[in-house]
Structure formats: C-alpha cells, structure tokens
Design a protein around this ligand. Structure first.
Ligand SMILES: [Zn+2]
Length: 113
C-alpha cells in the first residue's frame, strides 16, 4: 500500500500513513481527529522527510519552556505564542530563525553531519 502524508484537522499534527488508494483522502490521527491528505507536505517530504519536518514544525518542544515558567516567558517574549503545555509556536522557517536569534540560540547545521 502507498504511503500518504496527512495533516490532522484537530491537532495539526503531520504524519504519514499507509492507506489503500480508495481510502487515501483521509486518515485517523492518534488524537482521534480526522486528518486530510496534505499534498504539499507529501511532495516536500519526498527524499527529505526529516529536513522538511524539522523546518515546518508548528509547535516546537525543543524551543518550548517548562510549564512552571510559562508566565515568565510569556512576559519576556510578548510576540511569541506558547501553548499551555510549554511548546512554542513556530509560524515558518524565518519565524523560527527570528525567535532563535531573540533567545540567543544557534542552529545546528544538519547538512554538515
Ligand atoms: Zn490529531
């Protein structure tokens, strides 16, 4: 069975799933939500799945903060959006770079491994 890429309508999670051709348009996310096939994500994922997911992550855990520190960080970075579980919203690649710079983070260069 072919491997398709889906985006969940509930939690925005992107995942791939095997499905039959006749059922390829939707899949079920582990949160219980219905996910629709995402053609852009699927095309972008071909051959560079890891890189693509890294660059398009919507809610970043690695740039997130402990729940106990949420208030502090929300005041410190008023332009940023934190989920209640501590994850940080990343709107795009350039947004991620801007937020990393703001925090003094340095990006690891995946291409040089
Ligand atoms: Zn979901």
């Amino acid at each position: 069975m072919p491997d398709y890429t889906y985006r969940c309508n509930e939690c925005d999670r992107i995942f791939s799933d095997m499905n039959t051709i006749s059922k390829r348009h939707t899949s079920e996310c582990k949160c219980g939500g219905i996910a629709n096939r995402d053609l852009d994500a699927e095309l972008a994922a071909v051959g560079k799945r890891h890189k693509w997911i890294t660059e398009n992550e919507r809610w970043s855990r690695s740039m997130g903060v402990p729940v106990a520190s949420l208030d502090e960080y929300r005041k410190k970075y008023p332009k940023s959006t934190y989920l209640d579980d501590g994850r940080l919203l990343i709107k795009s690649r350039s947004d991620k770079l801007r937020q990393m710079k703001e925090r003094g983070f340095v990006e690891l260069d995946n291409n040089r491994r």
